[in-house]
Design a protein around this ligand. Structure first.
Ligand SMILES: [Ca+2]
Length: 549
């Protein structure tokens, strides 16, 4: 679904009143004085003077861990690669929830989905009490803007029912002819230039670049026909999909859209360089979650939650060019940005933040593991798309360590990808999905259909060192029983500390929150009505009941 594009263009609210202007001005003057008396600027930002950076936050839609900097041969990403080369590349960055709206809510609040109430779901009403860091920056006098997709899909209104500018004031006027009709006509980089033109010179700014690629749809075979790629460029296909020409095309079409995202990033970096702003800007490049393919987007496997992350900030990052092995996640973004903006969490008006600032990583000179306690992340999911009876979700919690992924599925009798008769709505329609569904119709024991659409046991365990694709569940192997119990215990202890409703038998609340659209889909469909689900294909709806082997 791409509802945010239209939602954003409809959003015509003016920027809310800029406060704290005088304070920002005073800081600029203090900094100017500091420079005038002949001091050399300190190498890191957290020393004396106003070194608050500008912030460019680039977040793609559904871009997995595929970039030149990560060794992917079939996608060209000079923008991300440059940010990594001249900054930091994170090998273990995760979203705790691999679906657009709940993932972005975690980015904005610094709190896991199980602490974000309705915003833990997809198609959600964003609670008024959850303030976002862009809203805080606006209050503190920053110039804050967004192009493309901010938070969504869902509804974020204030207490008076007025739409909130949760990621800043929209800059979407500039359009360009896209490389394929499936790609947005938003000229993101030109809109960034408009934003910079509108930025006052005496205050820092923050820009959210929310590309709507590589979200589906794709122009089929555009990777080969327009991107100059070859099917043989793919060195492998993940073990959970068939290595079929259709799947290879689908992956390369995704790659072509990734390159579109990166092209605009390259232009934005050049724009900053040309204006002499690049080195005083903190650039973060990431994605809300993995690929919009079966068993990835909307799931809780490694490829779903593992995201690209590169950060460039010459004034705040020591010894650029480092590769970081610490486990970091999206709850860390809010505290990091408040930290670099010089805003204490207690002065932010935000609900208590779970994550921790990346400042120790920025200021370290080490590569590899830096902060010892960053040795795992917690992940999970509640309701994503509609389509199950009673608008139920598929609740999961999990823990990722350097060696393992452990998952607990709380309702294993439910269909993980959504009900078959209602088109497996938790998985976007795609050539890969259609192919695997067809394999399932020919044989319900087909391993690909089972892996992508079949029922799951209550617990899953994967050894990431031998099975990064998470295709071989070890949870039922007797030799693993102790490990399963230890990971479950560790995960549940951490979730209890956070007050996760699932840990106190109140997890049903996530199923009871109303969806902003599509609620009651299953019941309407079963009554013979034709509720809309534009993100799947007509052929995704199973006509025959599933006879499970
Ligand atoms: Ca997304």
């Amino acid at each position: 679904m791409r509802p945010m594009r239209s939602a954003l263009t409809q959003c015509k609210l003016a920027l809310v009143g800029v406060q704290g202007h005088d304070r920002a001005m005073r800081r600029v003057l203090v900094f100017a004085l500091f420079m005038c008396v002949g001091c050399v600027a300190p190498p890191v930002a957290f020393a004396a003077g106003d070194q608050r950076p500008n912030i460019l936050f680039a977040i793609a839609d559904d871009w997995g861990l595929h970039a030149g900097a990560y060794g992917t041969r079939w996608v060209k990403t000079p923008g991300l690669d440059r940010v990594a080369r001249e900054g930091l590349l994170f090998n273990h960055a995760y979203t705790p929830m691999a679906k657009c709206a709940p993932s972005r809510a975690i980015v904005l609040t610094g709190r896991h989905l199980w602490r974000n109430e309705e915003a833990g779901n997809h198609l959600a009403y964003f609670p008024t009490k959850l303030k976002s860091w862009p809203e805080v920056l606006v209050e503190k006098g920053w110039h804050v803007g967004v192009t493309g997709k901010g938070w969504g899909p869902g509804i974020a209104n204030d207490a008076n029912g007025k739409p909130r500018l949760i990621t800043g004031r929209p800059f979407n006027q500039r359009k360009a002819k896209p490389p394929t009709p499936a790609i947005s006509n938003n000229d993101y980089a030109a809109n960034f230039a408009d934003f910079l033109d509108a930025a006052p010179t005496n205050q820092p700014w923050c820009f959210w670049y929310g590309a709507t690629e590589p979200h589906r749809g794709y122009e089929f075979q555009s990777g080969v026909k327009k991107g100059g790629k070859k099917l043989s460029d793919l060195n492998r296909v993940p073990a959970y999909w068939p290595d079929h020409e259709t799947v290879r095309h689908d992956i390369l079409d995704y790659a072509f859209e990734v390159e579109h995202v990166d092209n605009h990033l390259v232009r934005m970096l050049a724009e900053l360089e040309q204006r002499g702003l690049l080195d005083r800007t903190l650039v973060i490049v990431t994605s809300d979650h993995g690929m919009p393919f079966p068993r990835v987007k909307g799931y809780a496997y490694h490829d779903a939650n593992h995201v690209p992350l590169a950060i460039r900030w010459p004034r705040g990052i020591r010894k650029p060019g480092r590769v970081i092995e610490d486990f970091v996640d999206f709850t860390d973004i809010a505290p990091t940005l408040l930290d670099v903006a010089g805003i204490a969490q207690k002065d932010s008006g935000m609900m208590p933040i779970t994550g921790k600032s990346w400042r120790p990583i920025f200021e370290s000179e080490k590569s590899g593991r830096i902060v010892p306690e960053r040795d795992h992340v917690l992940i999970g999911k509640e309701r994503t798309d509609v389509g199950r009876p009673n608008d139920w979700g598929y609740p999961v919690r999990g823990i990722v360590t350097a060696r393992h992924l452990y998952l607990k599925n709380y309702e294993p009798s439910r269909w993980p990808a959504g009900n078959p008769e209602t088109g497996y709505l938790d998985t976007d329609g795609s050539p890969t999905k259609s192919l695997i569904l067809e394999l399932g119709r020919q044989n319900r024991a087909d391993k690909f259909w089972q892996l992508n659409f079949g029922l799951r046991p209550a617990e899953e365990l994967y050894d990431l060192t031998t099975d990064a694709d998470c295709a071989l569940n070890l949870a039922a192997v007797p030799a693993q029983a102790e490990r399963v119990a230890a990971l479950r215990k560790r995960m549940e202890a951490a979730l209890k500390v956070q007050g996760d409703p699932r840990m106190s038998g109140k997890g049903r609340i996530f199923d009871e929150y109303k969806a902003t659209s599509g609620g009651g889909f299953y019941e309407q469909f079963m009554r013979g009505e034709k509720p809309k689900a534009g993100w799947v294909h007509e052929s995704d709806f199973e006509k025959q009941p599933i006879t499970y082997p």
